[in-house]
Design a binder for this molecule. Structure first.
Ligand code: TAP
Length: 498
């Protein structure tokens, strides 16, 4: 293991990819504008900590302007009144434009978030376009029901767009999250204000530009970059926003819910943190299971809400599994995310880097065994070695808290009952994985785990058509699937005497 190309990070990246930063202002009512205060904030390259550019810092007054534009466009503009098929056609055009610019968008995302360029180009950005297409296809299939007549009444329901929507997203999947929020809301006929995370504002602004080119009317999609405590809080407490869809930490999710409760009781959906277990039974192919566990914990540098950060392995294969896992972890390549050979880039920022390292110190102090990793890598930037602890129990902080970094907590179990009990011993309930060849075991465990998604013999198996969301303190409301449309629709009942 070791940092790859660490000496020449900037040269390698900027000469080859060098994305130009074209959009740094707020996007309100179809125009790029400065913030009212004129304030800006820095966005940094996590490979070096250097400033990439400054971006307009929106706050309450800018959110007010964006809401005004979205309200006007919802109450009087064409978007909610267009036939679904017409909205769908514009969304398809939007998707085409995203794909046409995939290289530049992938490079921007790597620069801003430290995510692998190859993965952004092959998966994240195409996936973002495919979300748009999925919901574009649904836009003309939104309809209510004719209800049974009872007594002398005839009734039917209408599925109406919920109105002006606020969307607040995190930094770990800036493009995917942007389109998971925006696509179903557009299909439903809503208008929206989206706030990207302060660490990763660049691709969201680029998408605003493409939305305009695609023909999305002014005021429908507004992007307010800024800080959570300011612009974010202004969205969640706004009196004229009808619903807020949030993805981020459980701590901030709680604040969003409080703000909705003390303002206008807007509808809230929360996609929050996780501490997902992966349970490996002793009939598994040990080599494949070790690959899956490593991938589950380290993919996207562990900055993924469903990371398999707790791995439970049955005792019969435990020793062999550990040997293979550690060997593979030592061969995992950390370095410049523009380099196609690299598997793990830097953590998103200094704060996240320090947070992950401090959890690693906790793990050592709590008595877990450090099998590999545990250190920061390189002279500059926010790189961390893939880190694996064994002998972890659920009382330890490294098993309780979401670390959001390349850190795996490993434990041995004897029986299926023990595995289920320990996997459920968490306040989170986002996802879980099971590795076994035994269908009965897979069925029993998948029904017994309190989590919103269960992956059997696979991990991170996302699809536009598969609803995704949490149980317990991982939140409520679904992204993905036709389920996500319901966050942006409300049902009206119409009744008439026969
Ligand atoms: P947070 O710190 O919760 O930030 C998420 C967003 O909320 C950011 O845009 C942030 O603004 C904003 N925010 C912060 N304080 C706010 C406030 N008081 N009012 C309104 N908005 C506020 O999360 P993060 O660190 O960006 O992302 C990591 C977390 O997201 C992890 O817990 C992870 O599990 C979770 N996550 C969950 C999922 C799903 S689908 N469940 C997916 C990805 C990530 P700033 O830009 O100023 O920070």
């Amino acid at each position: 293991m070791g940092i790859h190309n660490s000496d020449d990070i900037s040269a390698a990246a900027f000469v080859i990819k060098n994305p130009t930063i074209k959009f740094t202002k707020l996007f309100i009512n179809g125009e790029f504008v400065d913030s009212i205060s004129g304030k800006t904030f820095e966005t940094k390259d996590p490979r070096t900590g250097d400033v990439i550019t400054r971006v307009a810092e929106g706050d309450k007054e800018d959110v007010d302007l964006a809401v005004k534009a979205a309200r006007q466009s919802f109450d009087h503009g064409p978007w909610p009144r267009l036939p679904g098929s017409a909205r769908g056609r514009i969304m398809m055009k939007f998707a085409d434009l995203v794909e046409e610019n995939v290289e530049e968008l992938a490079a921007l995302e790597t620069l801003d978030a430290g995510k692998l360029f190859s993965v952004n180009k092959a998966r994240d950005i195409p996936h973002a376009a495919s979300s748009l297409r999925y919901y574009a296809g649904a836009a003309d299939k939104i309809h209510g029901e004719v209800l049974k007549m009872s007594r002398e009444l005839h009734g039917y329901t209408l599925q109406e767009p919920i109105g002006v929507v606020g969307q607040i997203i995190p930094w770990n999947y800036p493009s995917v999250m942007f389109f998971l929020k925006v696509s179903p809301a557009l299909a439903a006929g809503c208008t929206m204000i989206i706030k990207p995370a302060e660490q990763t504002p660049l691709t969201a602004l680029y998408y605003a530009h493409l939305a305009k080119l695609a023909g999305i009317p002014d005021g429908v999609l507004n992007v307010v970059t800024g800080l959570g405590s300011n612009a974010g809080a202004a969205i969640s407490s706004h009196m004229d926003i009808d619903a807020v869809s949030f993805t981020g930490s459980t701590e901030v999710g709680r604040k969003i819910l409080q703000a909705a409760a003390t303002s206008n009781l807007k509808v809230v959906s929360l996609e929050l943190g996780g501490k997902s277990p992966l349970i490996i039974f002793e009939d598994a192919d040990v080599d494949i299971a070790a690959d899956l566990a490593l991938f589950g914990a380290l993919y996207n540098k562990g900055e993924i809400c469903v990371a398999s950060s707790r791995v439970y392995v049955q005792e019969g294969i435990y020793d062999e599994f550990v040997k293979k896992l550690v060997k593979k972890a030592k061969a995992w390549v950390v370095g410049d995310p523009f380099d196609p050979k690299v598997q793990q880039g830097p953590q998103v920022d200094k704060m996240q880097h320090e947070k992950v390292l401090s959890y690693i110190e906790h793990g050592k102090r709590e008595g877990a065994t450090l099998l590999t990793g545990g250190r920061s890598l390189g002279e500059k930037g926010y790189f961390i070695e893939p880190t694996i602890f064994s002998d972890v129990n659920e009382e330890m902080l490294i098993a309780k808290d979401e670390i959001f970094g390349p850190v795996m907590a490993l434990a041995k179990f004897k029986t299926i009952e023990e595995a289920i009990k320990r996997a459920n011993n968490t306040r989170y309930g986002l996802a879980a994985g099971i590795v076994t060849k035994d269908l009965n075991v897979a069925n029993t465990v998948s029904r017994s785990i309190r989590a919103g998604t269960i992956w059997i013999n696979c991990y991170f198996a996302f699809d536009n058509d598969i609803p995704f969301g949490g149980y317990k303190m991982s939140g409520f409301g679904k992204d993905y699937g036709l389920e996500a449309l319901h966050k942006y629709l409300q049902v009206k009942s119409v009744v008439t005497p026969l």
